[in-house]
Design a protein around this ligand. Structure first.
Ligand code: C2E
Ligand code: MG
Ligand code: MG
Ligand code: MG
Length: 278
């Protein structure tokens, strides 16, 4: 009976939609409570200088361990946190946590390791970002030049005037600015120059192409020499093979980050890794 079938199909469809909507709602609710429930933590991926071969610092990356669902990747929960506004409290917590961690490592090892923290475009929309960063540095007693803020190419392409103003204020505090995921957007290096950033991170998608004979190899070379002429250092992200490493060395890339050296690791593991270098 056509009528019943139709009805069943309809029901099936709405049930599926309901399930998805409920899942999403559940995710939003648990994300709102993730901080207070101590479900968030930071992992750190070493950054290596190609000049010295040594670890010069790390990128801090968020992790969420959900009580029932286990580890959820930031690629999944950060967009949700951005949509529901939770990114503001999470981002503040991340900055505070990372500054304290960096201070601890540097005191223990008498080093000057640099940490970078990813800042979401949404965090730029609120007026307190500069204040939050100042306070995090002060609370941790961390030197501003040891904190680097990673801002994606897409962020700087939105609300340009405002973003530019905030970045100027941040540079005035003494923190460093890094353009993350460079090459994935449609900005040019001359546009990036306006932002007076210290560092450029070449997106993994370009690094993946090394060795494949793709034209991306010469693009990487061009990006590096142009960045250098603009007094920016260049980090290659997602380096997984020795071939990629050797290529990047040959074209004068400054730093590398990737599974070839280390995945993002817990603070204690990072500390052990640093200890092997002493
Ligand atoms: P991103 O900032 O570009 O970070 C690099 C991502 O590449 C990280 O993924 C890192 O684990 C991964 N990666 C590094 N080396 C390799 C490699 O050799 N191979 C492969 N396959 N992957 C590699 P992760 O930790 O899953 O983070 C994904 C994205 O989520 C980040 O991209 C960043 O946009 C965002 N994110 C992470 N933590 C935070 C945070 O604290 N705040 C904000 N706003 N965003 C964050
Ligand atoms: Mg990053
Ligand atoms: Mg990136
Ligand atoms: Mg500089």
């Amino acid at each position: 009976r056509a009528k019943d079938n139709g009805r069943n199909n309809y029901q099936f469809y709405t049930e599926d939609m309901n399930r998805k909507a409920l899942e999403r709602l559940g995710m939003e609710n648990s994300l709102r409570r993730a901080l207070e429930k101590n479900e968030l933590f930071m992992v750190y991926q070493p950054r290596i200088s190609l000049e010295t071969g040594k670890i010069i610092g790390a990128e801090a990356l968020l992790r969420w361990k959900h009580t029932k669902l286990g580890l959820i990747s930031p690629g999944e929960f950060i967009p949700i946190a951005e949509e529901i506004g939770t990114i503001h409290s999470i981002g503040k917590w991340a900055l505070e946590t990372v500054c304290k961690q960096a201070k601890k490592w540097n005191d223990l090892l008498q080093a000057e390791l640099k940490v970078s923290v990813n800042i979401s475009a949404i965090q730029f929309q609120k007026d307190d970002l500069v204040e939050i960063i100042k306070n995090a540095l002060e609370a941790a007693q961390l030197k501003p030049n040891l904190l680097e803020l990673e801002i994606t190419e897409n962020t700087i392409m939105q609300k340009t005037e405002r973003t530019l103003k905030i970045i100027k204020e941040l540079k005035a505090i003494g923190v460093e600015i890094s353009i993350d995921d460079f090459g994935t957007g449609f900005s040019s290096l001359s546009y990036i120059k306006e932002f007076d950033s210290d560092n450029l991170k070449i997106d993994k998608s370009f690094i993946d192409d090394i060795g494949s004979g793709s034209s991306n190899e010469s693009i990487i070379g061009a990006i590096i020499s142009m960045a250098h002429s603009m007094k920016m250092t260049v980090v290659a992200e997602g380096v997984e093979t020795n071939q990629q490493l050797e290529f990047l060395r040959s074209i004068d890339c400054d730093e590398v980050q990737g599974y070839f050296f280390s995945k993002p690791i817990l603070p204690s593991e990072f500390m052990s890794l640093l200890a092997t270098e002493l």
